[in-house]
Structure formats: structure tokens, C-alpha cells
Design a protein around this ligand. Structure first.
Ligand SMILES: [Zn+2]
Length: 105
């Protein structure tokens, strides 16, 4: 994890929106069930706006189209890239302001 102490744990990138909220990118782990019934976990890059709660998840896995069959390959960089694009686009148009921090939860 990046040692950016002012960011929430796990946040790998942060975009400032025009509404002064932020879009945070974080790597998350999701449970996944494979076709053969085995369950495991898979990484994904998760982008979430702190202003309007819009979010989008980009799996670290993508389909590789082979000549005779398709298979899945792990490609975190591609997921990060897509998440950054999403965050950038959202940050430019989102005018929702960050929610005031509650004093108690
Ligand atoms: Zn937003």
C-alpha cells in the first residue's frame, strides 16, 4: 500500500472533482467462483466518488481471445488504466459536494 497517510487505507489514486469531492481508486479483493466450482479471490480496481457515491469496479481479469479458445488473463494495469479514465471523466463533471463528516457513526 502507498504510504500516503492522509488518504484512506488502500487508496492508490485520488481525483479532485469540480464539486471539491474526490474520486478514490482502491484495489479490492472479490470472491470468485470458477467454472469448475472452485472458489477463489480476484483483484479489482474500485473507483468511488465521495460526493455522489457513484462507483465502478474494474476487474483485474480480462478475456484473451485465442485462436481456438478464449481464456482469462490477469491484467491489473489495464484495470487501473480504465479506472483512472473513469475517475478522470467523473471528476470533471461531478458537482456533488462531499458529505459533511458525521460526528458519530
Ligand atoms: Zn460524483
Amino acid at each position: 500500500m502507498n504510504a500516503q497517510t492522509t488518504w484512506p487505507e488502500g487508496v492508490i489514486a485520488r481525483y479532485l472533482t469540480v464539486g471539491t469531492a474526490t474520486v478514490d481508486l482502491a484495489v479490492v479483493t472479490r470472491s470468485h467462483k470458477y467454472e469448475d466450482g472452485i472458489t477463489g479471490t480476484r483483484g479489482a480496481t474500485y473507483a468511488e466518488c465521495t460526493g455522489c457515491s457513484a462507483s465502478e469496479e474494474f476487474s483485474h481479469w480480462r478475456i484473451h481471445r485465442g485462436d481456438y479458445s478464449d481464456w482469462e488473463v490477469e491484467d491489473p494495469d489495464a484495470a487501473d488504466s480504465k479506472a483512472r479514465d473513469w475517475a478522470q471523466v467523473h471528476a470533471e463533471k461531478c458537482r456533488a459536494m462531499p458529505k459533511p463528516t458525521a460526528t458519530d457513526k
